[in-house]
Design a protein. Sequence first.
Length: 343
Amino acid sequence: MARRSVQFWRIEQLNGDELSRPFPARRVAEVLKKAQDSATDRHFTSVDGTVLLAQAVASSPHPVLLLDRVRDTNLPSVGDALGRRKPLPLAPGDHLLETTYFAFLKRNVIAVLTSGNGPRASRMGEYLGGMLGLEPALVPVVREDIEEILTRLEVSRFEFALPAERLSGKLMEGEWADVLESASRLMNEGTFRISLSVGRSGKAEDKQRIRDRIQQLIDLFRRAGSVEHFDYVVAEGKDSLTGDREVVDLLKERFVSHIEVDPDVFNDPQKSVAEAIAILNKQARDNEAFFARTLPDVRGSADPGMVPDIVAGGMAAVREALAAAAPADEAVAGGEGHELVRG
């Protein structure tokens, strides 16, 4: 058996605004399915060159999407019984697909079944933005009291550690990605540990500036989709209300389920999809009471009109077509390109 994790995220904002109604996930699944059936190109290339491809595999009781990282370079090798290496046997035009599974649940929660190499949760936001003009802002679902504790914490130290063999900038984004990628070139065994602290010397205003910066870095770290790969992640500081010292274990603050899966099943493209849907639906049932107790209620109904059909070339092609059709003296806002292909 192999161990995998199910992460839980919540769509907090959509296109920069607070999302107080259901996210139109079912419409997104319908649009993707329509594009699949009509053989419309669904590939999206991120700014860093990562190629993503989504497909809808279920709509009831919860919409479930697959998001693949598409690779056709830097591919792994295959070894025979004697360890002799040879290229991965791909037919012309084939690509390597590394998959993450997403289920859209009640209260705008997304359950994310991860693998070691599939896209992290934030990549779904990139894909929906690039292909459909939707920009969901995801925040991790956390245990019940952690947000209150971190809000009160006057942080003085942040420390994390992970095995050197896991060092990779792919685990994080931005500045943290640079740190881990640089560390991966320094060591390949043992444990890599980094600690940020305010220190004892210096003026009060200087210390506060350092605290604020560490807090920003903690916030970036917490929003990463790969925290469970670390061995140790803690924040320490003084509770501003009680004055007590608090040590917060950030590995335990994320609401993450760990499950055992049959690797042979997940190596079979057809069986893996059915198994992933079953796992995600069970997680939805098992954790519904927790979400109802800890997350804000979501009222009203989804607005399917927000989600355009996919056209060849993605949103860039939509905007170009709309700009060409508009009178020369009219300025066209990028986001208004949706109207051309709304369903």
